[in-house]
Ligand binder design. Structure first.
Ligand code: UDX
Length: 439
């Protein structure tokens, strides 16, 4: 099939590349000429394991191309994916200006029937707005050309995006006419593996499914974080509690890890947006409001522990910080807990030496001008003369450090671990003061 992907960000680039990988011809559009130039030169604008090779391979095979030319991109694909950003407005609701601009561009240039697919995470009712925007631009042109608008939310995780796309648990497709359903079935046939994975449903249910999934996962995390904080006070070990409840298949083991709070481009934004949707329609989303508040507090949990240990005034204190990205295997700093941690520490007068194997450049960009923050070249040199080590992101390389060298480098053998990386008894046995989350 010939496919156009509008928006070459995370979701767009992964979608386009994976669809090319199974033999389709894909054209990716972006308004940013620098991004397109980079992609054409064989580079990728994001960090995602395996993606760069896959892009190169498909470009070389002539199946994947990049353009900034809207007319060309609309003419190209029989399926047009909209995968542009939907950043939150001031009130938390998703800003649809890029989605609707993409829809109008399709209406402005299309010459034959198109299936238009909302891949971006968009509030319920957006497909209607997309349909309307296309109808208006077609009317302006005075032409009558058929099209269908489909909702096909993306569930990929950063750091595992290719695996998630190539081997999906499920593919949710909201489509309400036979032509679109047939085309979507054909498009996703190569990803079915063993059994039917496409769930066809009405458009609004598909749109809501995406928010429901992310909101449920965020809820589990906030719930566990709250429970972990309580466990600390009660003298219980949240890790044992996690296993104790996860073994119930109704609960399951996934996404029950307490930590320094959830971040990233999805959970914070989607929780906010669903609260805003509720508000708009007269529903107080009480659970989600609490999920968000609990997460905001959890991001400062390590700082609370530090303040409890050293007092409010941290001037003269120096901390080593391992892990800046919102999670491992990405350079993404969006809503990363490390940002709050660094800000809170330096605002109390402390200095911070941070290390992240991948996200340091991105962190330097978003934390630009944060006085008191420096970046270390490697994980051990970050420790030099620090009062304590803080761990905010659970990169694999932090799992088994040389504790002897660690102790030698630190001014005092103190670890504040926001990701429960180590066995508390073991590290304490080595002579460290070890603060974890919920144990
Ligand atoms: C998420 C969803 O998983 C994905 O399906 C959706 O398409 C986009 O949003 P992503 O944001 O890439 O993906 O990251 P994810 O791995 O889900 O982690 C989100 C955040 O939750 C991270 O900050 C992570 O550290 C945190 N988290 C996750 C926990 O604190 N505890 C857990 O048990 C799991």
């Amino acid at each position: 099939m010939k496919i156009t992907v509008i928006g070459s960000g995370y979701v767009g680039l992964v979608t386009g590349t994976c669809l090319a990988e199974v033999g389709n011809h894909v054209m990716c559009l972006d308004v940013d000429p620098a991004k397109i130039a980079l992609l054409r030169a064989g580079g990728i604008p994001i960090y995602e394991p395996g993606l760069e090779d896959m892009v190169r391979r498909n470009v070389a095979a002539g199946r994947l191309s990049f353009t900034t030319d809207v007319a060309e991109s609309v003419a190209f694909g029989e399926v047009q994916f909209i995968a542009v950003g939907t950043p939150p407005d001031e009130d938390g609701s998703a800003d649809l200006q890029y989605v609707l601009a993409a829809a109008r561009n399709i209406g402005r240039h299309m010459q034959e029937y198109k299936v238009v697919v909302d891949k971006s995470t968009v509030p319920v009712g957006t497909a209607d707005k997309v349909r309307q925007a296309i109808a208006e631009t077609l009317a302006e042109r005075g032409v009558d050309i058929g099209y269908s608008v489909v909702s096909n939310p993306e569930f990929l995780k950063e750091g595992a995006a290719i695996e998630d796309f190539m081997k999906p648990d499920r593919i949710v497709v909201g489509a309400e006419d036979d032509l679109a359903i047939e085309r979507m079935r054909r498009l996703y046939a190569p990803f079915q593996r063993n059994h039917e994975r496409i769930l066809f449903m009405d458009v609004r249910s598909a749109e809501l499914t995406k928010y429901a999934a992310n909101a449920m996962l965020a809820t589990r995390i906030s719930f566990m974080n709250e429970l972990a904080n309580l466990a600390e006070t009660l003298g219980a070990d949240i890790e044992l509690v996690r296993q104790g409840i996860g073994s119930d298949p109704r609960i399951g083991y996934h996404f029950l890890y307490p930590g320094a709070g959830y971040g990233g481009s999805c959970f914070p934004k989607d929780v906010k947006a669903l609260i805003a949707t509720g508000r708009e329609h007269g529903h107080a989303m009480r659970v989600l409001t609490a999920v968000e508040a609990a997460n905001d507090a959890q991001k400062l949990r390590l700082v609370d522990k530090i303040v409890a240990e050293y007092g409010e005034d941290l001037s003269g204190r120096h901390f080593a910080l391992w892990g800046l990205a919102f999670k491992p295997n990405t350079d993404d700093m969006r809503e990363a807990p490390s940002r709050e941690v660094v800000r809170a520490l330096v605002s109390r007068g402390a200095t911070v030496s941070a290390y992240d194997p991948v996200a340091a450049d991105e962190a330097a960009r978003v934390l630009d001008g944060t006085a008191g923050l420096t970046f270390a070249q490697d994980m051990m040199s970050a420790l030099q003369d620090a009062d304590a080590l803080l761990i905010v992101t659970e990169w694999k390389m932090f799992r088994a450090p040389d504790f002897e060298a660690l102790r030698a480098a630190l001014k005092a053998p103190v670890i504040f671990d926001g990701r429960n990386m180590y066995d508390p008894a073991w590290v304490r046995g080595l002579g460290f003061v070890y603060h974890a989350i919920g144990r």
